[in-house]
Design a protein around this ligand. Structure first.
Ligand SMILES: [Zn+2]
Length: 125
């Protein structure tokens, strides 16, 4: 029982740390750097082509002067090991991406790790 309590305490601690990190200025700064890497830019433009410049949730097609987002289905900070994995990436327009991000903020890493494409589509469509 004692052991269980200590595991659950550690879990709570890590969850709080995760949440705090998700909202820190340092994390934002590192994000900017990460998204500027040549490897990411190349992969992101491949995803634009694979997804035909179309939002995978609502079907909106990218317009001139509009930017779309290559989104991590399981967020990068939740699953860094999938950050450059094409099967964890899809193209979203800004509206759908903002909605997805708002939902992600209310979920735990454990909940986010089991979310699939289909579940996101069902939630956001
Ligand atoms: Zn959309």
């Amino acid at each position: 029982m004692k052991r269980l309590q200590s595991i659950s305490k550690a879990y709570e601690y890590n969850k709080d740390r995760h949440t705090a990190y998700m909202h820190s200025a340092r994390a934002d700064e590192l994000d900017v750097q990460w998204y500027q890497s040549p490897q990411w830019r190349r992969l992101s433009s491949q995803i634009h082509v694979i997804d035909l410049y179309t939002c995978r949730i609502c079907g909106h097609v990218q317009l001139p002067n509009e930017t779309m987002v290559t989104d991590h289905i399981i967020p990068r900070r939740t699953a860094p090991e999938l950050a450059m994995t094409a099967s964890n990436l899809w193209l979203l327009d800004r509206t759908c991406h903002n909605k997805k991000t708002a939902i992600e903020r209310k979920r735990t890493p454990e909940q986010l790790k089991i979310m699939t494409r289909d579940e996101w589509i069902r939630l956001l469509e």
